[in-house]
Design a binder for this molecule. Structure first.
Ligand SMILES: Cc1cc2nc3c(=O)[nH]c(=O)nc-3n(C[C@H](O)[C@H](O)[C@H](O)COP(=O)(O)OP(=O)(O)OC[C@H]3O[C@@H](n4cnc5c(N)ncnc54)[C@H](O)[C@@H]3O)c2cc1C
Length: 347
């Protein structure tokens, strides 16, 4: 697999190194989790939420040890985790019983949550609409008008939209719009697939999200369904789920959860593909752009939903001239353009 982020953006990402981006990702993820909690305390959101954590499983002892060592470095920054053996993995998620003999161990993240992101988004939209927000679904932005260093309006296939401030948040498509006004966003589409099946008679279907690092899949419980997700393809902007990739994920997942096999039925399984908006170094791109009243909230990659509430809050604070609740170091567009000592200091 070849990284499409060639050239200057990739070299800058390499200079920052793994410590820089992991730290920034963790800072944003923990902040985002806090904003999720505050939001849920304020409004009722039904989205098949599970608050039983997630478990990363390993079949290779060395890989398990390496992952545990990496976690130690992040503990001081607030990462909550437990390094566990195979028996403890089964204790945390009994659906792993059949795979116990193949496990070297796992890392359990008790604070992790999961849910149905579509239901979450729809619930948020309903609430926002009740507060006066209007949405223009099915509308495509076709042009941006910049003059005097500011964005005057956005051209769409349903007419012109004006405003005081704008946020560019079109996922993997963000650089295509940015490019039109001279803003270079190093964000690349990385395709992933999911297969979602009803749990049917699988009474012991997992409740804890299980991620298999080596076989590159995740199994997530969503109400009375189980979703398997994985794969990373650089195939441009196409979002057709590749049947072979879907099957590979199912094959790997059924090796760990043999009972999943009985749930897979061509008539009821839903195959889906989406584009992760990835930056070369990992964290998203948030905040100011060279255009005065245009902000960006994009590039969350494989953690876009995890970051979502925190990223949205940070950008909303910047748009409203409020002081963001956490620092934006390592999260702005500046890291790809600046040669400041902080950027050069990583790696
Ligand atoms: C298989 C898979 C599994 C994933 N699992 C997880 C996970 O477990 N946890 C996690 O945190 N994240 C996960 N992600 C990542 C997460 O889904 C993304 O990071 C997130 O959806 C990005 O959100 P976004 O709003 O920036 O972009 P998107 O969700 O891509 O939304 C961008 C929107 O902009 C619209 N748009 C684009 N161009 C235009 C235009 N010109 N005019 C108007 N609208 C436009 C698009 O139609 C789209 O609706 C996963 C992704 C995939 C593919």
């Amino acid at each position: 697999m070849r990284c499409p982020a060639r050239g200057a953006a990739c070299r800058r990402a390499q200079r920052r190194g793994i410590v820089g981006w992991t730290t920034d990702n963790l800072r944003l993820a923990l902040y985002s989790l806090d904003v999720f909690h505050r939001l849920r305390a304020e409004i009722d959101l039904a989205y098949d939420l599970q608050t039983v954590g997630s478990l990363k499983i390993f079949s290779n002892p060395q890989a398990h040890e390496d992952a545990a060592n990496a976690c130690v470095q992040l503990r001081d920054l607030g990462l909550e985790y437990r390094c566990v053996d195979a028996a403890e993995c089964v204790g945390i998620e009994p659906a792993l019983a059949d795979a116990a003999s193949t496990l070297a161990g796992g890392i359990y993240y008790p604070g992790d949550e999961s849910g149905d992101c579509r239901k979450f988004t729809e619930a948020i939209a309903t609430r926002a609409r009740s507060l006066g927000v209007s949405f223009m679904f099915g509308t495509t932005v076709t042009g941006l008008d910049v003059s005097g260093g500011a964005l005057g309006w956005v051209e769409t296939d349903r007419g012109r939209v004006t405003g005081e401030s704008f946020v560019l948040a079109t996922g993997a498509h963000s650089p295509l719009l940015g490019r039109r006004i001279g803003i270079n966003l190093p964000i690349y589409p990385v395709k992933g697939v999911t297969v979602t099946v009803p749990i049917g008679r699988w009474n012991g279907a997992p409740r804890v999200t299980v991620v298999d690092d080596a076989r590159k899949f995740a199994v997530v419980r969503l109400g009375d369904q189980v979703r398997t997700a994985g794969s990373a393809e650089f195939t441009g902007y196409d979002t057709t789920p590749d049947p072979a990739r879907c099957q590979a994920i199912l094959d790997n997942a059924t090796r760990v959860f043999p009972e999943l096999a009985a749930c897979i039925d061509g008539a009821t399984a839903t195959r889906w593909a989406g584009l992760r908006p990835m930056t070369p170094d990992g964290p998203p791109v948030l905040g100011a752009t060279p255009v005065r009243n245009l902000f960006v909230n994009s590039g969350g990659g494989h953690l876009g939903w995890t970051f979502s509430c925190g990223a949205a809050r940070l950008v909303a604070d910047l748009v409203s001239n409020r002081r963001p609740e956490i620092g934006l170091e390592g999260l702005t567009l500046e890291r790809f353009t600046s040669t400041s000592p902080r950027v050069r200091g990583f790696g």
